[in-house]
Design a protein around this ligand. Structure first.
Ligand SMILES: Cc1cc2nc3c(=O)[nH]c(=O)nc-3n(C[C@H](O)[C@H](O)[C@H](O)COP(=O)(O)O)c2cc1C
Ligand code: SF4
Ligand code: SF4
Length: 254
């Protein structure tokens, strides 16, 4: 049983590839949250995996919310693994995973990180084809190694030193501020198709009179609305303008 959260496909791809090798099922955290589905049971010896992106050196808010609602008991003979994808630096994500997953009954057996395409569009330029090709191709051998290790139930905790506590605290505060939905705007090229509303994992968008409105003050800042709009009509601050859009080419959007 592999839970994943993904806005632009990287973690969906990683979860799918691992599941293909281990014959596990994958479950979208966004779907669980939408359906309020939190009760799961693991069979004897079954794998439990969590595959998520790094946000500001730690967990996305929606994943923290999901874990606080998730009802599942993990036993000593379930293999528990975590994969955190990232684009520039994975911060404290493995240490955080150890702490958060231990609350379900056992310390994880393995924590991994995979450097992938960085979808933080205010900084990275998704029109830079060379950067995208490099990021996608360099991720493949690391993913293959993770698949091999999960398949053979390797024990490997990769917490390391991570970010200093104070830096992580500052990053978390910055994340909270950055989640304000007043930073989004929409251009006249919007055609009112509703993709942004449908794919938002926290129902923060409502299309009214043919244009999206952000109906919650804060969201989880996945940037899926910016990346997935078919008209590239949504911006998140001026910094995303001209930076294109990204979705992992190996998987289909939800
Ligand atoms: C709000 C936000 C914050 C991010 N913070 C970090 C970060 O601290 N370090 C990093 O390396 N990548 C960061 N990223 C990049 C993502 O972790 C990375 O691109 C991930 O693979 C995206 O996964 P997805 O395609 O499944 O959504 C951030 C992305 C977003 C949207
Ligand atoms: S996805 Fe883009 S085009 Fe469609 S309603 Fe939203 S902003 Fe408009
Ligand atoms: S409003 Fe956009 S960035 Fe925020 S959670 Fe919804 S889809 Fe993600």
């Amino acid at each position: 049983m592999i839970f994943y959260f993904s806005a632009t496909g990287n973690n969906k791809y990683v979860a799918s590839r691992i599941a293909e090798a281990t014959k596990d099922s994958i479950t979208s955290i966004s779907e669980c949250m939408k359906k309020e589905s939190y009760l799961f049971s693991l069979k004897d010896g079954q794998n439990f995996g969590l595959v998520i992106p790094t946000y500001f050196g730690g967990f996305p808010k929606i994943v923290i919310d999901f874990l606080s609602k998730l009802k599942i008991t993990i036993s000593a003979n379930n293999y528990v693994f975590f994969v955190g994808t990232y684009g520039a630096g994975a911060g404290n994500i493995c240490k955080e995973a150890e702490k958060r997953l231990s609350a379900f009954g056992k310390v994880p057996n393995a924590t991994f990180t995979i450097k992938m395409m960085d979808n933080w569009i205010p900084y990275f330029d998704m029109t830079d084809k060379a950067y995208i090709e490099k990021a996608e191709s360099e991720a493949e051998p690391v993913l293959a190694d993770v698949i091999e290790k999960v398949s053979s139930h390797t024990k490997e905790l990769n917490g390391g030193k991570g970010m200093p506590g104070i830096t992580q605290k500052i990053a978390t505060v910055y994340y909270g501020m950055a989640c304000s939905t007043n930073k989004f705007s929409v251009s006249d090229s919007c055609i009112g198709c509703g993709v942004c509303e449908r794919q938002c994992p926290v129902q923060a968008i409502k299309v009214k009179d043919g244009k999206p409105e952000w109906i919650k003050k804060k969201c989880t800042l996945c940037l899926g609305c910016v990346h997935r709009c078919p008209k590239n009509a949504i911006t998140y601050t001026e910094k995303t303008k001209g930076h294109g859009q990204y979705y992992n080419p190996n998987v289909k959007p939800e």
